[in-house]
Design a protein around this ligand. Structure first.
Ligand SMILES: [Zn+2]
Ligand SMILES: [Zn+2]
Length: 181
């Protein structure tokens, strides 16, 4: 079974990328993976944008194979292309204020101050996403090798952030990374 794009047949499936429901009739991306419990394959569903951001390679295959026009195909294809080019971008799963002051930045290995904005990461392994720590926002440029592609992903996976908060994060992205002690 190849990766595919199709209209959701019900509103029951949850997106593996953001955890939210996919509306019935909305185009969704299905990643084909070996079924861990039985013979054959199983499909993991995503919103198109979540799939383009978090599973760029299989998404590109599905997009190329889809015979009908896909709305915003060019933008979605570009999102996926950037994620293939910058291998760590698909790890972004939102931003949050550090709750404890105990976490270590995955990039510079220094502690993240309590209350400071951090970018949360996941790793995709064996068919699932696992929490993979976080980084300082100013470390993003060095860690992802791009800053331009970071905000759309934070917006997508932290939909609860207010405009003022997003502006704070954007401003932090421009700051120099913490210097090592
Ligand atoms: Zn989603
Ligand atoms: Zn850091």
């Amino acid at each position: 079974m190849p990766h595919l794009i199709e209209p959701a047949t019900s509103a029951r499936a949850k997106c593996r990328g953001c955890g939210q429901k996919i509306a019935a009739g909305e185009l969704r991306f299905g990643e084909s993976l070996p079924n861990p419990f039985a013979e054959g394959e199983t499909l993991h569903w995503f919103h198109l944008e979540c799939g383009a951001m978090k599973r760029p390679e299989p998404f590109q295959e599905a997009l190329a194979a889809h015979a009908e026009p896909v709305p915003e195909a060019e933008r979605l294809g570009e999102l996926a292309r950037r994620g293939v080019e910058h291998k760590r971008l698909p790890r972004i799963t939102g931003a949050e204020r550090d709750p404890s002051g105990r976490a270590e930045c995955r990039h510079c290995r220094q502690k993240i101050d309590k209350g400071a904005w951090r970018i949360a990461l996941v790793f995709w392994e064996e068919g699932r996403f696992s929490p993979a720590g976080s980084i300082h926002v100013p470390c993003a440029g060095a860690y992802f090798e791009t800053t331009a592609d970071v905000m759309p992903r934070i917006r997508r996976f932290s939909p609860g952030l207010a405009d003022a908060e997003l502006q704070e994060i954007q401003a932090e992205l421009e700051k120099p990374a913490p210097t090592s002690a």
